[in-house]
Design a protein around this ligand. Sequence first.
Ligand SMILES: Cc1cc2nc3c(=O)[nH]c(=O)nc-3n(C[C@H](O)[C@H](O)[C@H](O)COP(=O)(O)O)c2cc1C
Length: 392
Amino acid sequence: MSLLFEPVRIGEVDLDNRIMHSATQESMADSEGYVTDTLLDRYRKLASSGIGLIVPGTMNVNPVGRFGTNSNAIWHDSYLPGLQRLTGVIHSNGSKVAFQLQHAGRQTFKKVIGQRPVAPSKGRMDPMFMARPRVMGEAEIESTIEDYVSAAGRAFAAGADGVQLHAGHGFLLNQFLSPFFNHRRDGWGGSDEKRFRFVREIVNGIVAIKPEKAFTMIKLSSNDFTPEEGITPPLAARYVKWLDDLGMDAVEVTCGTGSFSNMNIWRGDLPIKEMVGALPPAKRLGGWIVLKRMAGKFDYEEGYNLEAARTIRSLDPHMPLALVGGLRHVEYMEKVLGDGSVDLISMSRPFIRDLRLVEKLRKGAPEVSCVSCNKCLATTVGNEQIKCPYGE
Ligand SMILES: Cc1cc2nc3c(=O)[nH]c(=O)nc-3n(C[C@H](O)[C@H](O)[C@H](O)COP(=O)(O)O)c2cc1C
C-alpha cells in the first residue's frame, strides 16, 4: 500500500492516512465570521474524499487580530453552534479536524479591524500592509494570551480533534518569535527565550485545558526570508525542541511572511494581472510596482520547505512533522515519507483546484492537477471566496 495511505498518530488521535488539508482561508464565513452553508459544503466534499486531517481556513481569536473580511471567527461562544456543525460535517464524512487559531498582528488592515493593527514592535513600514502598527502593551499581551486559550477551549468544545497555532507567514505569533519583527527589550523580547515567551504561555494555557483525546499542533515559519535575519531553520529547530518540552504534539513546517517575503509562502507563478485587478483602483499602481519587482524570483520548486524540515528533525527526531509547500508528485511524497524526513503531506492549492483529489490519489493518480499558477491568490486579495479558474 502507498505510504500516503498508512495511518499515523498525532498525540492520542489516530489519522486514517497521512494526507493533510493545510489551512486555507476560504472567505466563506459571513461578514461577522459565522460558519455558512457554503463553507460546510466545501468541507463535506473534502472530507468525503478521504483526507486524513483537515485544517479549515484560519480562525481569528479576537476582533483586533482579524485577517480579511469573511474570515472565520472563534472569539465568542456565539460562534460555537456553527463550529459544531463544521466538525460534525467533517467527522461524519470520515476525516479528523483541527482548527487553526490566528491573530494577524500587523498584517491586517484598519479597514477590516476598525483600528490600527497591533504588533510586538513598530518595525519598519512594510510594502504590503502600508501601516506602522501600534505596539502592544503588557495588559494587551496578557489578554491576547487568554484569547488564544479561550479560542482553543471553544475549538475543543465544538468537537475539534486538535488545534493548530498559526505561527507562520508573518502573523502575530511569527512576529513575536522573529528577531526581525520583535525588537522589545522587556520580558517579551531581547533573546530567543524571551521572544518565545508569548508562544510558551499560550501553549501552556492550551495544554492545561486540552482534552486527553485531542492534540496540539503549530504551523511554524522555518525561514522568514525577511530583509534582515528573522527566523532561520536552526532557530526554528530550537523552538521546536522547546515546544516538544511543553507538550506540543506536531509541527507543520512552512516559511515566508506576508509583509516582506510573501511569494515564499506559495512559490509558483505570479499572476500580476489578476492580483492587480483584485485591488481597489487607488492601490493598483503601487501593487503593480511591488509585484513587478517580485516577478521571476519565486518560481515553483517541489517541497521547498523540506531542507528546513530536515534541520528540525535532526535536532528533534521525535516531533511529528507535516511538510507543506509545493508538494505535487506522489513519487516525491512517498520519498520524503519513506526516508523519514516527515510524517504528513500537507497541501493547500491542490485542494482549491480539486476537492476530490484524495480519491484520485487513492486510485493511483501520479500527481495533483494544481500547476501553482497562483490565480487562486488573486481571490484572497479581493476577499472573494477562494476559487481556482481551472477548478472542477
Ligand atoms: C488562497 C490561500 C489561502 C490560504 N490561507 C491560509 C490560512 O488560512 N492559513 C495558513 O496557515 N495558510 C494559508 N495558506 C497557505 C497554505 O496553507 C500553504 O501553506 C501554502 O499555500 C503552500 O502550500 P501549497 O503549495 O500546497 O499550496 C493559504 C494559501 C492559499 C493559496
